[in-house]
Design a protein around this ligand. Structure first.
Ligand SMILES: Cc1cc2nc3c(=O)[nH]c(=O)nc-3n(C[C@H](O)[C@H](O)[C@H](O)COP(=O)(O)OP(=O)(O)OC[C@H]3O[C@@H](n4cnc5c(N)ncnc54)[C@H](O)[C@@H]3O)c2cc1C
Length: 445
């Protein structure tokens, strides 16, 4: 059976036919700051910059902010995509008349000319803040990239949701045992927070929802595999967090394989070396991220992980007025030899710091160096099960879960989103349900 794959959306993007497009930003006496990316870094920069002193243009290839930490809940039908995203135009509306938003993609930076080239035209700047985040790292394996699923964007999350549900439906209608196995084996690669959260949520769906809804399917044939190359899950967290997570997942029925590297995937077999493989149409790759570097950045500024090297002020060395923040930035020091971790808090704090520094420079003051304040790391495995490592406190179980819920609600953008998410969580908790189970991405039948 050919692997089921999505067809491109039928919607024709008519504006791709317009050739003479311009960003149409009014000329101004004020210095112009162009911000690339309305993620955690970009939005926190906008909050703190003195908007009376600068003209600010935010560009993003999407018209919404994506709260990535809750994407896995969208992919597992627990939350609607709109409740974890926030329209950037709505965000910018509240920031005054000198802040502009343009929906376009950065393609190239021309540092000498202080100009960005975007998919919709060029724009000159006085200061450029690069906050374009990161992308999935398939470590050069094109086959995994082609056949696997990733979880980085809202469309990715909806793809996963639709594929999972669609393959359960298909499993009911095939008489071929081998084919059913491939439809019902779900392989998650990467035992970091995203992999662990996905595995936990899918295992709970199987236990609480699919078991009842697919009463005519032998649900014991559905297997959730979590494959990790290292010798423990959540390698960046404490030993205790790793052990607890392993126990929680094992109890939920997840089949965990440590010290297991995925070598290849042809859409039907997940190869793990030594002729071992898992037959599966469903591989979800959460085993790595890397930065995104636009054209125009010199090679000597590109660090390990495809991130842009910055100094302690988040400035790209040797390029005047280019600041890089969040996942895209590699601030290498003795304490963090690979740069800071790719976490929301790093992006938030860098965004605020760069804005405050530009405000300081405007007042004739010296900028201040960035110091990352590590507020801790968390992962949730399921109902009442989470792990949280703070500087002096390590939490597991119910308490960690409550802290996880609270922190995620706090950082979600928009009051309405906070309310909707809270309500969904409450209903899901009471009903043991993840109610959003429409297959809405078109696929080849
Ligand atoms: C599934 C998942 C779960 C995560 N969970 C957690 C968690 O629990 N805790 C945590 O701390 N971190 C978590 N992270 C990491 C966290 O989301 C990132 O570290 C954070 O989003 C980085 O912020 P940023 O501003 O650098 O980039 P982002 O928030 O990714 O924002 C980048 C923005 O740039 C835009 N953009 C990209 N390229 C272009 C372009 N060429 N032109 C125009 N616009 C562009 C994008 O559309 C996006 O809006 C998670 C990440 C993922 C993928």
């Amino acid at each position: 059976m050919p692997r089921l794959s999505f067809q491109p959306l039928e919607v024709i993007m008519k504006f791709d036919n317009f050739v003479n497009m311009s960003l149409n930003i009014p000329q101004t006496e004020k210095e112009r700051i162009v911000v690339v990316g309305g993620g955690f870094g970009g939005l926190n920069f906008l909050k703190k910059i003195n908007r009376k002193k600068f003209q600010i243009v935010l560009i993003d290839k999407n018209n919404y902010h994506n709260f990535q930490p809750l994407l896995y809940q969208v992919s597992m039908g627990g939350l609607e995509p709109d409740s974890i995203a926030y329209p950037l135009r709505k965000y910018v509306k509240g920031l005054g008349k000198e802040v502009f938003f343009r929906l376009c993609e950065l393609q190239e930076i021309k540092p000498k000319e202080k100009k960005v080239i975007t998919s919709r035209g060029e724009l000159e700047y006085e200061h450029l803040v690069m906050a374009a985040g990161s992308q999935t790292n398939f470590f050069g394996n094109e086959a995994i990239k082609n056949y696997g699923l990733e979880l980085k964007s809202v469309p990715n999350a909806l793809d996963i949701r639709s594929i999972v549900l669609q393959n359960l439906e298909m499993a009911l209608m095939t008489d071929d045992k081998e084919e059913r196995k491939k439809l019902l084996n779900f392989v998650i690669v990467g035992g970091g927070p995203t992999g662990v959260e996905l595995a936990g949520a899918l295992s709970e769906l199987k236990k609480f929802v699919f078991r009842k809804e697919y009463h005519d399917l032998d649900i014991s044939e559905m297997n959730i595999y979590l494959l990790e190359g290292m010798d423990r899950l959540l390698g960046s967290m404490s030993e205790k967090a790793s052990q607890k997570t392993y126990q929680y997942l094992e109890k939920l029925g997840t089949r965990i394989f440590l010290n297991t590297m995925v070598e290849d995937y042809d859409g039907e077999k997940v190869h793990t070396g030594d002729d071992n493989f898992i037959a599966s149409f469903n591989l979800i790759w959460t085993a790595g991220v890397k930065g995104w570097v636009p054209k125009g950045i010199p090679d000597n500024l590109i660090a390990k992980g495809n991130r842009i090297k910055v100094n302690k002020y988040c400035q790209a060395e040797g390029i005047d007025n280019l600041f890089v923040i969040g996942d895209a930035a590699a601030m290498i020091s003795k304490e963090s030899t690979n740069g800071h971790p790719m976490l929301a808090q790093v992006a938030i704090q860098m965004g605020k710091q760069v804005a405050q520094n530009l405000n300081r420079i405007k007042k004739g003051k010296e900028p201040e160096a960035f110091h990352y304040n590590d507020k801790g790391v968390m992962a949730t495995i399921g109902r009442k099960k989470a792990v949280a490592d703070f500087k002096t406190l390590k939490l597991q179980g119910f308490l960690a879960w409550i802290v996880w819920l609270f922190v995620h609600l706090m950082f979600l953008v928009g009051y309405q989103n906070k309310l909707v998410v809270m309500l969904n969580w409450f209903i899901g908790y009471v009903n043991y349900d993840s109610p959003l189970r429409l297959i809405i991405r078109p696929f080849k039948k």
